[in-house]
Design a protein around this ligand. Structure first.
Ligand SMILES: CC(C)(COP(=O)(O)OP(=O)(O)OC[C@H]1O[C@@H](n2cnc3c(N)ncnc32)[C@H](O)[C@@H]1OP(=O)(O)O)[C@@H](O)C(=O)NCCC(=O)NCCS
Length: 150
């Protein structure tokens, strides 16, 4: 998916939030730590650095929401985070963004903290950002068995 195509989906999907421009998306994708997971009707941009994974953007075309598209992208990200040995996935979500908060809760994200008046919404008002995280299963734990028995 091109930055233009994802910008068009974000523009339709981000009801309260200010959407990213195609240039914002292109600039973000130029970072070598950034991954862009896509579906014809949706996308997810995440950054994986050291043992942390952060979701920077996720959106599904409003015509295709509630069909499991974002969930499939999230499952792909969780699998990627596991292979990269990330310990946690983080993200920020606007306090008033109830659909996204329901989606993240379903995927095991829990609140870590809040950033007051962090976002300026499309209507010019401010909203708090909730910082959410979920743990990632450690696939490559180095739990070498000992020969000592119990
Ligand atoms: C959040 C978003 C990405 C979810 O995309 P989606 O493809 O519709 O998500 P899914 O179909 O995988 O939804 C999975 C579950 O999440 C929850 N959920 C998703 N959208 C919801 C909504 N509008 N209201 C309540 N729960 C919702 C439901 O439990 C849903 O399962 P169900 O449909 O069986 O009830 C989409 O609503 C969106 O693009 N929102 C605008 C962009 C945005 O706010 N992104 C997050 C910024 S932090």
């Amino acid at each position: 998916m091109t930055p233009d195509a994802f910008a068009a989906i974000m523009d339709r999907a981000y009801v309260q939030m200010r959407p990213w421009s195609a240039q914002d998306i292109a600039d973000t994708l130029a970072n070598r730590h950034v991954q862009f997971l896509t579906h014809p009707q949706g996308g997810l941009i995440a950054q994986l650095v050291a043992d942390e994974c952060e979701i920077l953007a996720i959106a599904t075309n409003p015509d295709a929401q509630r069909q499991g598209i974002a969930s499939a992208l999230m499952q792909d990200l969780i699998a990627l985070a596991e292979t990269r040995n990330a310990a946690r996935i983080f993200l920020e979500v606007a306090e008033q963004n109830h659909p996204a908060r329901a989606f993240y809760a379903l995927h095991g994200f829990a609140p870590l903290g809040m950033r007051r008046a962090y976002y300026t919404l499309r209507n010019g008002t401010k909203d708090d950002a909730l910082l959410l995280s979920r743990p990632v299963a450690q696939r490559h734990a180095h739990d070498t068995p000992t020969s000592q028995g119990t």
